[in-house]
Design a protein around this ligand. Structure first.
Ligand code: SF4
Length: 464
């Protein structure tokens, strides 16, 4: 059987795109492999949001030149933000050993390329298989749209992603995503629900709905409906799905109806990802984020009022052009005051073509960016350790995802990472876990049923 391998770097949207490409390749009869030399098709799904991610993809492309040129029957495909909405002439000429260039979320060019290389007999076999699949879907009254993402590359994950809004039309001055992923496009609600049902049928128990500004789901539909609340309510109805998350939110588009839906619908997890990026109003204005630090403070208070057990995650960029020491201090101070559960930190690096790269001087020295980054990292570590400590000796519900270094790894409703030592197969189980140790980045615990058993042994009670 022919094999494929997908190398992915970057955000959750890229992970979801890779899953989609894997599904399309499996429909063509390919199976996944972890070994590059075994693969007939290799897809590099790239990210250029940071220079380091771009450098890794460039290094990989160079290293794969002999892999491709010494084996003419192989296919090398380049996908994602490095390609953008359409590949530039410079990109095409720099890597002539790449067979297919694909925009983010677009598997079509690779599928066409591979189909063009197939014999009539192979194509006929594939069409027969796909027809059988359609019949199976119709039997279960699923729309044909659910053919997308039906199969997952490799082992079915317990937690999966589903893109609901592609692209972004916001145009923050530092951000390359609108240039590479195009304008905002919401996917039809029925298609997302059908896709999620397909994932659940394969064993997925948690779904994260993705959008660059996920709260804007439906803004591009007539009458702006269905919106994100409608979508969450529809996905919530799916039997066999236990947990739902959505990200990333934007402070200007979160509203009470959305927060109330999180509080009201039991499958919606108390976990909100809403970036602030900076705590100084002038920096926020230069970033064109569209809110002030005070707006963000009020939003955090409102989220906590409506969803009392919520965990709020944020993003920060340090060293944005013109950011003074005082302006950075305001970022530090707001994070100290708000004590958010998680902070994703980045040092500013100009991305060619963005407004900040064209019009603003990258004037904060690297050393100073690193210093500010380290200060926030230390602050985050301290706050996170303090917040995690409140779970010590508590019992939390954990959805167990996978085995990692001899332990089971899962997440709490607030998306806290928990490791469990247990010799049973816990994959995909929803478990009450007694927390025995906490650190800044994770916690450890014992399955509550094992704890009861251990206590019973020590008190001489009968076991069942
Ligand atoms: S909201 Fe801003 S940071 Fe987020 S993807 Fe859109 S342009 Fe980029």
């Amino acid at each position: 059987m022919k094999k494929y391998h997908i190398w992915t770097i970057g955000c959750q949207m890229n992970v979801a795109d890779s899953t989609h490409v894997g599904a399309e390749l499996e429909k063509l009869g390919y199976e996944p492999t972890d070994i590059i030399d075994e693969a007939d098709v290799l897809v590099l799904n790239t990210c250029v949001v940071r220079q380091s991610a771009e450098n890794k993809a460039l290094g990989k492309l160079g290293a794969l030149k002999p892999w491709r040129l010494q084996h003419p029957q192989r296919t090398l495909a380049l996908m994602g933000c490095m390609v953008g909405v359409r590949p530039s002439p410079q990109l095409l000429s720099a890597f002539p050993w790449v067979d297919v260039f694909m925009a983010p979320s677009e598997a079509g060019p690779l599928v066409s390329h591979l189909r063009n290389r197939m014999t009539a007999r192979e194509l006929k076999e594939i069409e027969e298989k796909q027809l059988a699949l359609r019949h199976q879907l119709q039997d279960e009254a699923w729309p044909i749209a659910s053919l997308k993402h039906l199969s997952l590359a490799g082992e079915t994950p317990v937690a999966a992603y589903a893109p609901v809004v592609y692209g972004c039309s916001h145009a923050c001055t530092y951000c390359i995503i609108p240039f590479r992923r195009g304008i905002e496009r919401s996917r039809p609600l029925a298609e997302i629900v059908a896709e999620t049902r397909g994932l659940v049928a394969q064993g997925v128990r948690e779904i994260t709905l993705l959008g660059q500004i996920v709260d804007r789901y439906g803004y591009d539909f007539d009458g702006q409906r269905p919106n994100l609340v409608d979508l969450l309510e529809a996905v919530h109805e799916i039997d066999g799905l236990w947990r739902i998350r959505f990200l990333t939110s934007h402070p200007s588009y979160m509203n009470d109806a959305l927060l109330e839906a999180v509080a009201r619908l039991p499958k919606l997890m108390p976990h909100i990802e809403v970036p602030i990026q900076a705590g100084d109003d002038e920096v926020l204005a230069r970033m064109k984020r569209g809110y002030t630090a005070e707006d963000y403070r009020r939003l955090v208070a409102r989220i906590r009022e409506i969803i009392p057990d919520v965990a709020i995650h944020t993003d920060i960029i340090v060293g944005f052009p013109g950011e003074t020491a005082e302006q950075f201090q305001r970022t530090y101070d707001i994070l100290e005051a708000l004590r958010l559960e998680k902070t994703h930190l980045a040092r500013y690096s100009p991305r060619p073509g963005t407004v900040s790269a064209r019009r603003m001087k990258d004037d904060v020295p690297d050393e100073e960016k690193r210093r500010r980054h380290q200060l926030l990292e230390a602050q985050h570590q301290r706050i996170s350790a303090e917040l995690n400590r409140r779970w010590l000796h508590e019992t939390v519900e954990v959805l167990v995802e996978e085995r990692h270094k001899g332990k089971w790894r899962g997440r709490t409703p607030q998306n806290r990472l928990v490791f469990i030592e247990d010799d049973r197969d816990l994959r995909g189980r929803l478990l009450d876990v007694h927390i025995t140790w906490t650190g800044p980045w994770s916690m450890q615990g014992v399955a509550a049923d094992r704890l009861t058993r251990a206590r019973n042994v020590s008190t001489g009670l009968t076991l069942h």
